[in-house]
Design a protein around this ligand. Structure first.
Ligand SMILES: *Cc1c(COP(=O)(O)O)cnc(C)c1O
Length: 476
């Protein structure tokens, strides 16, 4: 057997040490790199392209490619002034955790295949439920991310409201199943409705208030209109932290509407869930236990590397109704209760990586007190930027800061041109310049420079630098 497939222990040590050196120096230099250096796809392809490799290569040469091509031409989500999208910075302990998980290469399909990893998944689910204030007997599992968690939640809602849907399709309901989201909701709900055969057109947009939260009176109106038209109101999804502005929908009021009309209540907390660790955000979670399902993303505000979302279902039987199947090759034989536990009865995946290890490592290694402080600090940075903008005469806020997202624009006094075009140009130039990175949002029709503070490295000083960088980009 080639030593490159099964290297001896000493060689494994030297491979790991060489890679650990790259990891350590990456984290050490991260803040001094451009967020994204100048690059074209042609450049990257020219550096990587070669025919299918036939012979073994030297690991040191491969690490060089990782440093010289991959690191150099990547956008650095861990940079303290990367404010784009809702991007976790990752964390060294989880990077190392993923090496441990890959070494074990456990496949977390069920207790039978992965006894210890399954128990660790159950344990961390219990911790997440405790963190949120969600019922202890709820079921839950990790999935690849928030989109998949929303998909799984909507699948459970679909079979709760149309039990024949799994076997016969949603046409069996004889009516259109309707889903309600605010106009600020993440597009993954609409996409899930399409994939589940419910139809994207059956996802109804509900108006938002001045703070971009779902307008509950409008929800009531839209549901009533659907009932009058003979449709079947099935599910309402509330956002606990919208992607564009961080708005938190009034979950208690939405839950009351859901109860009145027999709707499944899903809460999309992909962004906001871990704000539960921040004492100032506890009121947002007051009614979370009323949700039938909750989507959350440890790979956002738990600062974990990409690939870890989570779905919780208040009624485990509702998840099984949506997902359980009985293929002979999967039948668990000769095991009782807990030891027969299959994750495939609760979500769309069969083979699953050991995602719980990252969550366990992070919660144990950092502890929730430190994590809560980091999350509070992220929100304080966003609030600080809001104060800087309000005190300036060349910037204006376009949405209030609710969590750690900030939406603003450059609007110098006396400027009479097109502010949307100006700010769009600023964003592109800022991204090219590489000192700070913002993405964009449309807030009530206006183009916004949008940032999200989701990095334990970011300080108030970074917010000042950001505004200087934006001014410099504006001056062009
Ligand atoms: C990020 C996000 C999603 C999608 O999550 P992924 O992990 O990117 O699939 C869904 N909903 C909200 C509110 C989000 O912020």
């Amino acid at each position: 057997m080639s030593a490159n497939l099964a290297p001896p222990a000493d060689q494994i040590r030297s491979l790991a040490q060489a890679a650990a050196e790259v990891v350590a120096s990456y984290y050490d230099t991260l803040a001094h790199r451009p967020v994204l250096g100048p690059v074209t796809s042609e450049k990257i392809r020219a550096a990587l392209r070669e025919p299918l490799p036939r012979d073994p290569a030297d690991f040191a040469a491969l690490l060089t490619v990782f440093e010289d091509v991959i690191l150099r031409y990547s956008r650095h989500s861990g940079h303290p002034r990367f404010f784009g999208f809702i991007a976790s910075p990752g964390t060294p302990v989880a990077a190392i955790g993923q090496m441990l998980a890959a070494a074990l290469n456990t496949n977390v399909t069920s207790w039978r295949s992965a006894p210890a990893a399954t128990e660790m998944e159950h344990l961390t689910m219990d911790w997440l439920k405790e963190m949120l204030g969600y019922p202890a007997d709820a079921a839950g599992l990790y999935v690849s991310g928030g989109s998949m968690a929303n998909f799984a939640g909507l699948a459970a809602a679909r079979s709760a409201k149309c039990p024949e849907a799994v076997r016969q399709g949603v046409a069996a309901a004889g009516r259109r199943l309707r889903v309600y989201v605010s106009e600020e909701a993440h597009q993954s709900m609409r996409k899930a409705a399409g994939m589940l055969g419910m139809g994207e057109e059956n996802v109804r947009s509900v108006a938002t208030d001045a703070r971009l939260r779902m307008d509950v009176a409008d929800l009531d109106r839209v549901v009533a209109a659907d009932l009058a038209a003979g449709h079947l109101p099935a599910c309402v999804s509330a956002s606990l932290g919208t992607t564009a502005s961080g708005a938190v929908d009034p979950i208690g009021d939405i839950a009351a509407v859901a109860r009145r009309h027999g709707l499944w209540l899903h809460v999309d907390a992909a962004y906001g869930a871990f704000a539960a660790l921040a004492p100032s955000c506890r009121p947002f979670f007051e009614h979370i236990a009323e949700a039938d399902s909750v989507a959350l993303d440890p790979h956002k505000w738990l600062y974990l590397p990409i690939g870890c979302g989570c779905i919780l279902y208040k009624d485990p039987a509702a998840a099984r109704a949506a997902f359980s199947h009985d293929a002979e090759y999967l039948r668990v034989i000769g095991r009782q209760r807990d030891e027969a536990f299959p994750f495939w009865d609760y979500g769309p995946e069969l083979s699953r990586p050991f995602r719980a290890l990252d969550v366990w490592l992070m919660l144990k290694f950092a502890g929730t007190r430190l994590l809560g402080e980091a999350i509070e600090k992220n929100m304080a940075c966003a609030k600080y930027l809001e104060r800087l903008v309000e005190a300036s005469d060349d910037f204006e806020m376009l949405a209030p800061v609710e969590l750690s997202v900030f939406c603003f624009r450059y609007a110098p006094p006396g400027f009479t041109g097109d502010l949307d075009a100006l700010n769009q140009r600023i964003m592109v130039d800022l991204q090219k310049e590489g000192g700070s990175f913002l993405s964009n949002a449309r807030i009530k029709g206006r183009f916004a420079l949008r940032g999200c503070v989701l990095n334990y490295r970011t300080t108030e000083r970074d917010m000042e630098i950001l505004l200087d960088d934006v001014r410099r980009a504006a001056a062009g």
